[in-house]
Design a protein around this ligand. Structure first.
Ligand SMILES: Cc1ncc(COP(=O)(O)O)c(C=O)c1O
Length: 392
């Protein structure tokens, strides 16, 4: 399964049902389920609706959910005691941030311009509710591996009361992949804890949290793993469980159980029931290594051809350690990137999305998916070449 083998990837694309319409280069919102997963999900919805609590109470809660959690832990090479299912990455990350119990008034916490807005909001919330100071960094642009690590190292030295850092593995704005291991190592040397936002990493990047030196993390399963919407999970290194309080007096599980760290709710049982099939398909495809290689190939295909165009500024680094499927660019000289995203759609049938909130301003984000073909990437290259020549 070479990333360049269009015939092979065409057969993979055939596993997904696609609505007729624009070429979708915004696969970063959430991933498609394969047809097999979708069909199983639909069967589970009907079954759970029929059997109601009889199955849910007698079988699902009495063992099948334990097996699903075991498989989830296996997926990331962790122990089941380290993971608890949530509804999404945001739930997991907010729970980690609000329940982290090692902050004292006057301590400092750190975020950068590249964090997800929900995470930024939750870290700012700590200022009001824990009396801490929020340090907000803007990363230098363009970023390099060394500049990113240096920015954090300098911050750790400059802010001696720093206790907690929110770090995004893959930023949703440009797809920049953070040097997590190097930053976590530096953080540890300065006694700073890291909460990792892994929303976009899981399923397209191979990693091991213990090796990265990460004790706290939040993920979802509906971006690059291929699960139904509404599934995510929290990861807490079992040796650090005491540093995260049970969530708002949560008492369905003992205080020694990681599941007490997340908001309790009736879960989307039919969605959870699909996870064994979802994980099986992920593994059969070659896991994050093979999926990531294909997505990176598609990304390279357009970036290599447009990087040198005078009208286009590709914002994401070409250092293989720093990028993944997602990459963002700007039309130089255009104040409103949304106008250009609209032109991509209206004139070339290409669906992308604009993102703002980073120090470098608004950009257009391009995210191929597993059903994207090299020919579709060719349409993007033609569009950027032609529109660039017309507008710059
Ligand atoms: C970097 C990042 N963090 C967190 C999230 C939130 O994920 P979820 O929708 O699972 O809450 C997203 C979603 O797009 C994201 O891109």
């Amino acid at each position: 399964m070479q990333p360049t083998d269009e015939n092979y990837w065409h057969t993979i694309a055939q596993r997904y049902d696609l609505e007729p319409g624009p070429i979708n280069l915004e696969n970063g919102y959430f991933g498609r389920m394969s047809r097999a997963v979708l069909e199983q999900y639909q069967e589970h919805v009907a079954f759970i609706n029929r059997s109601n609590s009889v199955y849910a109470r007698q079988r699902f809660e009495q063992g099948e959910n334990v097996e699903i959690r075991r498989q989830l832990a296996e997926l990331i090479g962790a122990e089941p005691e380290a993971v608890a299912l949530t509804r999404c990455a945001s739930d997991a990350l907010q729970a980690l941030i609000r329940n982290y119990n090692r902050l004292q008034p006057g301590d400092q916490v750190l975020i950068s311009d590249l964090e997800y807005d929900t995470v930024k909001g939750a870290m700012r919330w700590l200022a009001r509710h824990r009396g801490v100071e929020v340090i907000e960094l803007a990363h230098t642009h363009p970023a390099s591996f060394d500049s990113l690590v240096r920015t954090y190292r300098e911050a750790f030295t400059r802010y001696p009361r720093l206790k907690l850092l929110a770090l995004t593995y893959v930023t949703h704005r440009t797809g920049l992949v953070m040097p997590v291991e190097a930053i976590a190592t530096a953080a540890r040397e300065h006694g700073v804890d890291v909460i990792l936002d892994g929303a976009h990493a899981l399923g397209q990047i191979e990693f091991n949290l213990a090796q990265l030196g990460i004790a706290f993390a939040g993920f979802n399963l509906h971006k690059w793993i291929g699960a139904p919407l509404t599934l995510g999970f929290i990861y807490i290194d079992p040796t650090r469980l005491a540093d995260i309080d049970p969530d708002m007096g949560e008492s369905h599980y003992p205080a020694t159980d990681v599941r007490a760290r997340t908001p309790y709710s009736t879960p989307n049982i039919p969605a959870l029931m699909t996870l064994p099939l979802v994980f099986q398909e992920h593994r059969l495809l070659g896991g994050a290594r093979a999926k990531g290689a294909r997505l990176n190939y598609l990304r390279d295909l357009w970036v290599r051809q447009v990087r040198s165009l005078p009208a286009i500024e590709v914002l994401t680094s070409d250092d293989p350690r720093l990028y993944c499927a997602i990459t963002a660019f700007k039309f130089r000289g255009q104040v409103d990137q949304q106008v250009m995203a609209d032109r991509l759609l209206n004139e070339y049938n290409l669906f992308t999305v604009t993102r703002s909130g980073a120090a470098f301003g608004s950009c257009i984000r391009v995210t191929p998916g597993l059903a994207t073909s090299a020919a579709e990437i060719g349409v993007l290259v033609r569009a950027l070449t032609e529109l660039g020549a017309l507008t710059y």
